[in-house]
Design a protein around this ligand. Structure first.
Ligand code: A3P
Length: 306
């Protein structure tokens, strides 16, 4: 048990990852009771790496036939976290009811997870369901996480200082971390099973959304182009999920998710390289060394500036 960035402040080392206690039972229930269907789609991520954006994009792609209109789309009136749930969170309570509602979801089901690859329920790894993973450069991820968990901290779980949180992060202590094993688990899987896991980076999506959203559409084998100009559809999808647009929607300006997190906290700056305003030279050196050491030989690297 240790303190680190995560909901509730305290984290427990469980199955080699730092689990926030609020979803501990949910993780176990997810692992023991979830039955994947071959046409399920999962979005997976390390927290604060672009989960909200990926949920939005994938929701639009997967449901394009159900909701073809970009003017009257569910994303204009619901937050992506209301449209795409995390089983490890919702299965913490009312297990029987939640299992029933999961099995009654319209297909293809779209769900999300922060679990590291080795902790996914076996039925996900063994079935033909697909996983789209997003990660982000560890500098921006840390700043985004620190800002977010500071905002949602409370008297019962006070915020860590930037320096305290950074030390923990360098030791891998953040909810669902270590971040390096989280990324590498999905990275390696995307190399050995490219039809199972599509690996995306926040920075790439920012820089060439058209190219990477096309990759998502192809990976999911969605009939998005039937009778339509596929580039126009893809541009509409990207536009609907744009940071500025989503941040400005009334639905994302007030209200809470899971009774605790204000929706507006999911939209901060949405930039590459904001970390430069936070890190001291010694912190830059320390985190750069850790990135080099942990990712060396993997082929995984990140863009740190826009
Ligand atoms: P910043 O804190 O750097 O602004 P997650 O969704 O995994 O919690 O990640 C949150 C980060 O993604 C935040 O980064 C947030 O602003 C950014 N984000 C949210 N929606 C986005 C969108 N539609 N496009 C790009 N970035 C987005």
């Amino acid at each position: 048990k240790d303190r680190g960035l995560g909901r509730g402040g305290y984290l427990h080392l469980f199955q080699d990852f730092w689990c926030p206690p609020f979803c501990f039972q949910g993780v176990i229930n997810f692992q023991n009771h979830f039955l994947a269907k071959d046409n399920d789609v999962f979005v997976a991520s390390f927290p604060k790496s672009g989960t909200t954006w990926l949920k939005a994009l994938t929701f639009v792609i997967v449901n394009h036939q159900r909701f073809p209109s970009f003017e009257h789309h569910p994303l204009l009136s619901s937050n992506p976290h209301e449209l795409v749930s995390f089983p490890e969170f919702i299965l913490s309570h009312n297990l029987d009811d939640q299992i029933i509602s999961l099995s009654n979801m319209s297909e293809p089901r779209l769900l999300a997870t922060h679990l590291p690859f080795p902790s996914l329920p076996e039925s996900i790894t063994k079935s033909n369901c697909k996983i789209i993973y997003i990660c982000r450069n560890p500098f921006d991820t840390f700043v985004s996480a620190w800002e977010f968990f500071t905002k949602i901290s409370s008297v019962s779980s006070p915020a860590l200082t930037f320096e305290e949180a950074f030390e923990k992060y360098c030791n891998g202590i953040m909810g669902f971390g270590p971040w390096w094993s989280h990324m590498l688990g999905y990275w390696n899987e995307s190399i050995t099973r490219p039809n199972k896991v599509l690996f995306l980076k926040y920075e790439d999506l920012k820089e060439d959304a058209v190219f990477h959203v096309k990759r998502m559409v192809e990976f999911l084998d969605t009939p998005i182009t039937q009778g339509e100009d596929s580039t126009a559809v893809i541009e509409n999808i990207i536009n609907l999920c744009r940071f500025e647009k989503m941040k400005d929607l009334e639905v994302n300006k007030s209200g809470v998710i899971d009774n605790i997190v204000e929706k507006k906290n999911f939209f901060r700056k949405g930039k590459i390289g904001d970390w430069i305003n936070y890190f001291s030279p010694s912190m830059i050196e320390k985190l750069s060394k850790i990135i080099e050491e942990k990712l060396s030989g993997s082929g995984l690297s990140f863009k740190l500036h826009s």
